[in-house]
Write a protein that binds this ligand. Structure first.
Ligand SMILES: *Cc1c(COP(=O)(O)O)cnc(C)c1O
Length: 482
């Protein structure tokens, strides 16, 4: 088992050799105050180079990612990201440019930026995009700020509330709050969809709009979206689309056609850009023409054959990010869209939906599926059957680690108890899905025959169960000599 590099320290092994000094030695004690001078030698580990290389190489294999295995994290779209996207982002003409370079020296980059705005508009059915926001939640904030700017610009000062369904991603109510709205929760009905009666009852002239994702976080398509849009619009509100689940409809249906006024998309989920570990991501925000003037600046424009950034937008909500957003991420997404083309994007969506439904169908004998009908790119199971043997969703997730699988999203969405949220994505083969199904079936059998095995999982992992709250609130990230 791996040890910390400090514990591998071999005293006086003297593994390094420094080049001879090329300047005369100087006694710093003469120039530096006493209190800054070190009394004892630094406690640095001494270890042979090859052992140091092995140490860090071994550590690197403990990081789990899409490139090491199946990663069925629901509401995250952890798909395989083609390496050609990385190649494109590393091209010197993109990676080496300076943000203060004159526009006439970066016409190619500006063209890509401009075309990306256009392609996203076409894919989503919106009229214009700004690529500024740095992540999904940042895009949400931009979108809700736009809604607020729109109402205030019309002199409609009464609207202080934002509606959010109870199935929503946690960032939605948080965003509404950050932008200064009180959140009104809209109930889901027993089919897992927005309850229209509840929506009607809560829509009034104090409500700025509704934030919705479609397919929703249960992986279900809001079939009554036209009716939902009519209720919100008739009440004077606007409809916000959380595009993080676009993988479930891309190429087939467009939020713009469903009646949404403002949306964000997650380039790092739907458009083949890696994410995890905090980014960098990209959450472009798109609007219908009535909100055009409020988009964050700058927006790339084309005049004749020349591309430039337009900052002259007096009603804009302003600048949200230094320079132009996460440009490298935008290049990757551009490469992804150009590689697949329109037909390829549709095919990606169809395979994502097919894969999710295949898993749902194959797992339904062993796991409870609360809404067991056609889903989009993800579906929810739970551990109700395993509860008879006191095995919980957390136990199943931890047992998956023993089998070398990253667990799905668990305990979300909150409206399903003990939720197990599985999103396979389109990039997994049938063979891979079949091995995952086999493992899930094996765990279900273990939960009956030997529940302690599952309850005490992981059995084989380097780190057992953490106190996750303490680990997050008081992380211990560095080694200290005892
Ligand atoms: C991931 C996600 C977000 C937030 O996106 P980030 O880039 O992580 O900020 C918002 N809504 C939904 C439904 C998501 O899945």
């Amino acid at each position: 088992m791996n040890k910390l590099i400090f514990e591998k320290h071999v005293p006086d092994s003297n593994p390094f050799s420094l080049p001879a000094a090329q300047v005369p030695e100087d006694d710093i004690r003469e120039t530096i105050p006493e209190k800054f001078l070190r009394k004892d030698a630094a406690a640095l580990p001494e270890i042979a180079e090859v052992e140091a290389v092995r140490h860090f190489t071994e550590l690197s294999t403990r990081a789990y990612g899409v490139d090491s295995g199946f990663y069925p994290l629901g509401s995250c779209t952890m798909k395989y990201n083609p390496k050609i996207n990385e190649w494109a982002a590393r091209l010197p003409g993109f990676a080496g440019i300076h943000p203060y370079q004159p526009e006439n020296t970066v016409q190619g980059a500006l063209q890509l930026y401009y075309e990306m705005q256009d392609m996203l508009s076409e894919i989503t059915g919106m009229d214009a995009f700004s690529l500024q926001p740095a992540a999904g939640a940042h895009g949400e904030m931009a979108g809700v700020m736009i809604i607020k700017a729109y109402h205030l610009h019309r002199g409609d000062y009464k609207r202080s509330k934002m509606m959010v369904p109870d199935s929503a991603h946690g960032t939605n109510p948080a965003t509404a709050n950050v932008v200064g709205y009180d959140v009104i929760e809209v109930k889901s009905n027993d089919r897992g969809l927005v309850d229209l009666d509840d929506l009607r009852a809560k829509m009034n002239d104090e409500v700025a709009g509704l934030m919705l994702t479609n397919p929703n976080t249960l992986g279900l398509f809001e079939e009554e979206i036209k009716e939902i849009a009519a209720i919100v619009h008739d009440g004077g509100g606007l409809l916000y689309y959380d595009g993080a689940n676009l993988n479930g409809v891309i190429g087939v249906a467009r939020p713009g056609d469903m009646g949404f006024d403002v949306i964000h998309v997650n380039l790092h989920k739907t458009f083949g850009t890696p994410h995890g570990g905090g980014g960098p991501g990209s959450g472009p925000v798109g609007v219908k023409s009535l909100l055009l003037d409020f988009l964050p600046i700058p927006v790339a424009v084309k005049k004749g054959e020349k591309y430039s950034f337009d900052y002259n937008r007096p009603l804009s909500i302003g600048k949200l990010k230094n320079f132009y957003g996460n440009f490298g991420v935008i290049v990757k997404a551009y490469a992804y869209i150009k590689t697949l083309g329109a037909a390829g994007l549709r095919e990606a969506c169809e395979h994502a939906v097919l894969n999710a439904n295949y898993l749902r169908h194959q797992l339904r004998d062993n796991y409870n599926i609360p809404m067991d009908r056609l889903c989009k790119h993800e579906f929810i199971a739970n551990s109700r059957k395993q509860a008879e043997n006191h095995v919980s969703t957390m136990d199943i997730a931890k047992r998956l680690i023993d089998y070398g699988y990253h667990p799905p999203t668990v305990y979300f969405p909150l409206i399903v108890s003990e939720a197990i949220m599985i999103e396979p994505t389109e990039t997994e083969s049938k063979e891979r899905l079949d091995t995952f199904i086999q493992v899930m079936q094996d765990i279900a059998r273990e939960a009956i025959e030997n529940p302690d095995l599952v309850i005490n999982a992981p059995q084989n992992a380097a780190i057992k169960r953490l106190d996750e709250v303490t680990a997050a609130r008081k992380p211990v990230l560095k080694w200290e000599a005892r």
